[in-house]
Design a protein around this ligand. Structure first.
Ligand code: PEP
Ligand code: MN
Length: 337
């Protein structure tokens, strides 16, 4: 349910509506807009009495939201969500690149990558301290030591940090070290983890489960938003199909429906999507052309020596070339990086 306030509704009138919603054990979510405030209502205690709300002063109308996801839906929030961080805005017309090595391997390589990215105008570094690996014998990430490295790299270079949270136990440590918390494909439906990051005040980059439908993905975003964290970024990273020419099948066709059904920004990860560095630039450009709000790409100073995902990581010259191609396409599309 969405309560739309009149454009001249006073803060007191809005407060009275919020109280009325809380009194019936539902949760109000104020959604200030450019011209008026709307209030989303969530909860699982039956039907909302719209008449009782519609008679309150300052209320324009009550609209039923038909989708199972509410806060994530465009029905409830017409304008695109823009996430504002010190390193830049994510969403709306801006195109954002998040790049970096799959794993934090040591401080010099992360620092070198951050300095390179900043020199290229890329203001977000993504590197994993906790790695979800298929094999228990593969490099599992540096853990807390990796988070400390990320903090030092942020302090020294000013770059924004994105890193994965795999376990509720490390929520505070990850939230402290990062600007955006990544939830990986394998945890897209880890509901306790989603509820926990719903209580965080840092944006969440929510990767699509490798076999999740768009509706399941948006329901996962809803878990985070229902907890009061409205800053969710979707990230398509490829799904499982019969195809064996690439690691996953990058589902670019999910971008237009995601944009129609939801106001959340959507990123494309062509690195995990293809698994092969030779295919990354083509799919990155295609993602931009298809309307993505940004890219997440794996970049390593020496990909052939990487401790994880080297085969899909671009080296620095390859990254520089792709960034220049993206800039040219952005001009054609009338967008900015
Ligand atoms: C990653 O970003 O390095 C990663 C493990 O991604 P995904 O969860 O998409 O596999
Ligand atoms: Mn990776």
């Amino acid at each position: 349910m969405l309560v739309v306030m009149q454009s001249d509704a006073t803060p007191e009138q809005i407060a009275r509506v919020l109280d009325a919603i809380r009194r019936v054990d539902l949760t109000p979510h104020p959604l200030p807009g450019a011209t008026r405030t709307a209030i989303g209502i969530t909860g699982n205690t039956g039907v909302v009495d719209t008449q009782a709300l519609e008679v309150l002063a300052g209320v324009k109308e009550c609209i039923r939201v038909t989708k199972p996801y509410k806060l994530a839906s465009r029905e409830m929030h017409r304008d695109d969500t823009i996430i504002r961080l010190p390193q830049g805005e994510i969403g709306a017309k801006t195109f954002t690149v998040i790049a970096g090595p799959c794993s934090v391997e040591n401080e010099p390589m992360v620092m070198k990558t951050a300095e390179f990215l900043m020199s290229q105008g890329v203001t977000f570094l993504r590197a994993g301290a906790f790695k979800p690996r298929t094999s228990p014998y593969a490099f599992q990430g540096m853990g807390i030591e990796g988070l400390k490295i990320l903090k030092r790299v942020r302090e020294k270079t000013g770059i924004g940090i994105v890193t994965e949270l795999m376990d509720t136990e490390y929520t505070e440590a990850v939230e402290d070290a990062t600007d955006v918390i990544q939830i990986g494909t394998r945890n897209m439906q880890n509901f306790s983890l989603l509820k926990r990051v719903g209580k965080c005040r840092k944006p969440v980059l929510l990767k699509r489960g490798m076999s999740a439908t768009l509706e399941e993905w948006l329901m996962a975003a809803e878990y985070v938003m229902a907890g009061g964290n409205y800053q969710v970024i979707l990230c398509e990273r490829g799904v499982r199909t019969f195809a064996d020419h690439s690691r996953n099948t990058l589902d670019l066709s999910v971008i237009p429906p995601a944009k129609t059904l939801s106001h959340l920004p959507i990123f494309i990860d062509p690195s995990h999507g293809t698994g092969k560095r030779a295919y990354v630039p083509a799919m990155a450009l295609a993602g931009l052309a298809a309307g993505a709000d940004g890219l997440m790409i794996e970049v390593h100073p020496e990909p052939d020596r990487a401790l994880s995902d080297g085969a899909q990581s671009l080296d620095f010259p390859g990254t520089e070339k792709l960034l220049s191609q993206l800039r040219q396409l952005l001009i054609v599309l009338g967008r900015a990086m």
